[in-house]
Design a protein around this ligand. Sequence first.
Ligand code: 5GP
Length: 182
Amino acid sequence: MSASSEFNNSQIEVMISAEAIQARIKELGAAIARDYTGRKPELICVLKGALVFMSDLIRAIDLELSIDFIAVSSYGKGTRSTGEVRIIKDLDEPLEGRDIILVEDILDTGLTLSYLVNSFRARGATSISIVTLLNKPERRKAEVQADYIGFTIEDKFVVGYGLDAAERYRNLPYIGVVKSTD
Ligand code: 5GP
């Protein structure tokens, strides 16, 4: 078997190392466990990008909790300017009376999360908070505040740790930026 990797990541510049991500997730998990003591929150992962973050985060929260998944896409693939969001895969369980923690990979324009928060409120959730691994405040269009933020970053297109570029790079253990080839 060849020792060289077929998956060449030399074109990725590391922005946040795997170690830094893991250390920050421990802090986020401890903060959530403290804030939700005595409650049994339901963590909802926004697929696909938040999958990797979700799986590490739940193991850092020392509480009884449950999980669910939702997948959305914005109308007009590629552009997220309209704010119209379509649910591709809905939740398995009703939200009525639940303390919801929405788990996102990156808060960018805020259009996705603002749609989801409004929709979850209408479905009768008792409380809704947001945890996002990354926050890009420069591009915000909708009024959304995350309650727990891993890292605030500048306006660059990032990949890795669940985040993709045309479905690539999700399995990198760190967050990086694709180097420009020119
Ligand atoms: P928004 O906050 O704009 O509604 O959408 C957030 C979603 O846009 C994220 O969940 C993610 O799928 C995508 N997104 C925003 N910024 C980036 C980025 O820098 N890299 C990647 N891979 N996806 C991004």
